[in-house]
Design a protein around this ligand. Structure first.
Ligand code: OSB
Ligand code: MG
Length: 368
């Protein structure tokens, strides 16, 4: 593939409702959309950073800078670039995995579109639709949470994940269990606890949760292993799993028995598949996480989640769970509790150029 240039845009897309986690509240999704410009057509990708470095160290303006200053010039310097070469070319630059992932996805989409090949087929998808879970933010009080969850269950979501933080955990989880009985339910703490909270975390054992996601800090691998020895609820890692190596280390230490895979967090969809393969060989269940993706990243997540090791429902929900208007012409829809894996070439979705322009607040083209 010959890369002539890369267009980057910062988008501001309003959310249908504020989304609150242990680290903050967002009402507008600030995200970077990538367009790889090639003689054989464009390819699209998404850099899933947030406006502030609260989930991880990356943030949108940081990704915007590193992509233009270092990553894109390195890709343009390589005369031609295959999708499988992107990670190696960008490897000298430490970190910035979400930025790398978005660039790799744009190159991958361009290459697959040129071959007429769907992303799902390329990654190894074995199903044509994936079961859809929904991530529910922290609400005003337990009753508001129950009302919100009820609406998602009515829509057909097959698994509920609720965000928790210290002081907003036991009562919330109890309220959802009491209201809806034995629904598939899990919680996500986004690193809000320490081992000093072990008694609170152990209280969650009585709710028969599918898992507790990332209770402790990103680098607390040993503490997660200690916690795993004290809880009956399976520990799932999100933030801590930044690469296949990090996944292998966490499993070796007994820090997790389930892994959330997000392509952005691990530097791309190809690294995501490597983590999937590692976990499949180790009989560790994985599921596909989300970063409030637009229709572009959401299509790619559906393709990834269709691999055989994704044995738990992911956070691949319908576009309208977050957005009243998407930037693709056919936003992901919930049908019978599932999201379809796109079948067209590449990402298999088309960008709506008017919507894209309407949400764009910054644009740049980096050329050779
Ligand atoms: O921890 O999984 C997370 C959103 C932003 C940052 C981190 C997380 C999340 C979600 C939402 O839980 C997942 C989604 O539906 O996109
Ligand atoms: Mg998480």
């Amino acid at each position: 593939l010959t890369l002539d240039g890369v267009e980057l845009r910062v988008l501001h897309i309003p959310l249908v409702a504020p989304f609150t986690t242990s680290f903050g509240t967002e009402s507008v999704r600030e995200v970077i959309i990538v367009r790889a410009l090639t003689p054989d057509g464009d390819g699209w990708g998404e850099i899933v950073t947030s406006a502030a470095p609260l989930y991880s160290s990356e943030y949108t303006q940081g990704a915007w800078d590193v992509a233009q200053r270092f990553l894109i010039p390195a890709l343009l310097d390589a005369h031609t670039v295959a999708p499988e070469q992107v990670a190696g070319i960008l490897e000298p630059f430490v970190g910035h995995r979400m930025a790398k992932a978005g660039l790799e996805l744009a190159v991958l989409d361009a290459a697959l579109c040129a071959q007429g090949r769907p992303l799902g087929q390329y990654l190894g998808a074995t199903v044509d639709r994936v079961p859809s879970g929904v991530s529910v933010g922290i609400q005003r009080d337990p009753q508001a949470l129950v009302d919100t969850v009820a609406a998602y269950l009515d829509e057909g979501y097959v698994r509920i994940k609720i965000k928790i933080k210290p002081g907003r955990d036991i009562a919330e989880t109890a309220a959802v269990r009491d209201a809806f009985g034995t629904i598939p339910l899990q919680v996500d703490a986004n690193s809000a606890y320490t081992l000093a909270d072990i008694d609170t975390l152990a209280e969650l054992d009585r709710f028969d949760l599918l898992l507790i996601e990332q209770p402790l800090a990103e680098d607390d691998i040993v503490d997660h292993a200690t916690l795993a020895g004290r809880l009956r609820t399976p520990i799932c890692l999100d933030e801590s799993i930044t690469s296949q190596k990090a996944a292998a280390d966490a499993l070796a230490l007994g820090a997790a028995s389930i892994i959330n895979i997000k392509a952005g967090r691990v530097g791309g969809y190809l690294e995501a598949v490597r983590i999937h393969d590692l976990c499949r060989d180790a009989a560790i269940p994985v599921w596909c996480g989300g970063m409030l993706e637009t229709g572009l990243g959401r299509a790619a997540n559906a393709a990834l989640a269709a691999l055989p090791g994704f044995t738990l429902p992911g956070d691949v929900s319908a576009s309208n769970r977050f957005y009243a208007r998407d930037i693709v012409t056919e936003p992901a829809e919930l049908v019978d509790g599932h999201i379809a894996v796109p079948t067209g070439p590449g990402l298999g979705v088309e960008v709506d150029p008017v919507a894209l322009d309407d949400f764009t607040v910054e644009r740049v083209v980096v050329r050779r």
